[in-house]
Design a protein around this ligand. Sequence first.
Ligand code: ATP
Ligand code: MG
Length: 376
Amino acid sequence: MKIQQISLINFRNYQNLNLQIDGLVNVFYGNNAQGKTNILESIFYSAFGMSHRTGNEDDLVKMSCREMAAEVTFNNLYGDHTLRVKRQNVCERMKKQISLDDNVIKSKEHYGTLNVVMFSPEDLQIVKGEPALRRRFLDMEIAQTNRYYYGLLVKYNRVLQQRNKFLKDARENVLDHAQLEVWNKEIANVAAEIITLRLKVLKKINSIAGAIYKEITNQKEELVVNYELKTNSSAIICSQEDSLECWREWYLARLRERQTLDVLRGSTGIGPHRDDLSITVNENNLRAFGSQGQQRSGALALKLAEMEYVKKEAGEYPVLLLDDVMSELDSERRKQILNFIDGRVQTFITVNDKNLIPELACNRYFCVSEGSICEG
Ligand code: ATP
Ligand code: MG
């Protein structure tokens, strides 16, 4: 996939930007706080309808403005397309509207239209941070190339909220056992589908990320990513792919075992929303025992594996966004990553110092200063 144009209106510190892109490697350079990350964020936002660094979309609207729009024109295997995400004021409420080639579309049709992989300093948290961040990494990866999975996540969250509400009501009133069994079955059905797909995809990611990590570390270290399944007594490593029916039975049995506890707590204690990924290097947990450099390389390997996975599934490489990554890597790793993307993947890179990126014929350089961009 290749982006050809980016247009922004009142997005962060850009009032009105129209940027033509014809390069394979696009380097945005400049001092701090000029709008380099904002550009990558606008691409991410156009692709997914959310930001990679804030959950509050109002932050994206230029200060003292009320409405904004981000638009990206790109081509993929099937032709040229334009995605536009607008936030506008409708009857005193901010509403988001997404359109593809001027037709309004829903979020579930949006996801995976423009495939993008972002690697930013925040991604170190995939290794170091809370389980929710690792689940999000895996979920985004699967959903980018599988709309059905996106729908499953939406459905799971809805059923989970309904079951939790039911549990809270039951705690305060009387427990309707028959109705609880309906919720158990409902949630077990969706959970089984989610875990089946997660295990299948993780197996592929694990082998790609393992090979990439070996390359980064000159064959010295071995990275392994496993699924950590929460049971009623502990968390276990789970690599075995069972049938959908087996997983349904498994979840149903576990939910029944713990239903008294769930009623007491007013929430559902097991399920795909509680699982985690275990990431090890040479059999040691990377989160607890890895050095900063190992953790960074691990996160990078996972992101590059995401890129290869999307390529395998979608038939073409996604667009790669590298925010502030170059200055954090040593020159050897910098060279390796540039070799890796060489000539294959359209990439947007932000750096403070232009000289960190060797001048190549396919590179384009953009100087970013106070929300305006000049090529050269
Ligand atoms: P660094 O090199 O430090 O990472 P950067 O060039 O990537 O810097 P960005 O994060 O892209 O910087 O942009 C930061 C600038 O954008 C700041 O000046 C900030 O005040 C401004 N900014 C952020 N959000 C908004 C907004 N909603 N309205 C106007 N300006 C904003
Ligand atoms: Mg930045």
